[in-house]
Design a protein around this ligand. Structure first.
Ligand code: CO
Length: 176
């Protein structure tokens, strides 16, 4: 396994549409393993192949619900999505969104509250999975990457550092 370089906004690759995966071979598995290591190292919520310069429909999403408590210091559960498609959505949520390819910038983005995706696993077996809240947001965000779309297109405004701090304080205040 190896860490891959994460492309940043301004790189034209991030604006291109990715092609479907057709071969479930060792090369795909190496890409997935490298992306996994890169995502954990960067402490992100998700990572799409175009972010590491590979225009294929491959994305990883951290499954916060499936991850054990922090005290266990185990690696997060990571969902591998090959050729993912959103097949159903429900509700709406508004929340803070950022991206490993747009470091230091955060904006408020509306997303569905629940998202069901259909995808293949690394061996080409189809599955369907439902995600709520952060996972639903990450499904949408990563699939957007496969279309060459960054979250900045969907936010009304990138928060200033002061606004970001205020937003985080407000969220803390609203937690039970
Ligand atoms: Co992103």
């Amino acid at each position: 396994m190896a860490l891959r370089n994460i492309l940043h906004e301004g790189d034209p690759t991030l604006l291109k549409k990715s092609r479907p995966v057709t071969e479930y071979n060792a090369r795909l598995h190496e890409l997935l393993d490298d992306m996994r290591e890169t995502l954990i190292d960067a402490e992100g919520s998700g990572l799409a192949a175009p972010q590491v310069g590979v225009l294929r429909r491959v994305a990883l999403v951290v499954d916060w619900d499936g991850t054990e408590s922090e005290e266990d210091e185990c690696e997060p559960e990571i969902i591998e999505l090959i050729n993912p498609v959103i097949i159903a959505t429900d509700g709406e949520q508004e929340g803070l969104e950022g991206c490993l390819s747009v470091p230091g910038q955060f904006g408020i983005v509306k997303r569905p509250r629940t998202v069901i995706v259909r995808a293949n696993d690394r061996h080409g077996n189809a599955f369907e999975l439902s995600g709520e809240m952060l996972v639903a947001r990450a499904f949408c965000h990563e699939i957007d990457h496969l279309e060459g779309r960054l979250f900045k297109e969907l936010t009304d405004k990138i928060l200033t550092p002061d606004e970001l701090e205020q937003y985080i304080e407000e969220q803390k205040g609203s937690d039970e």
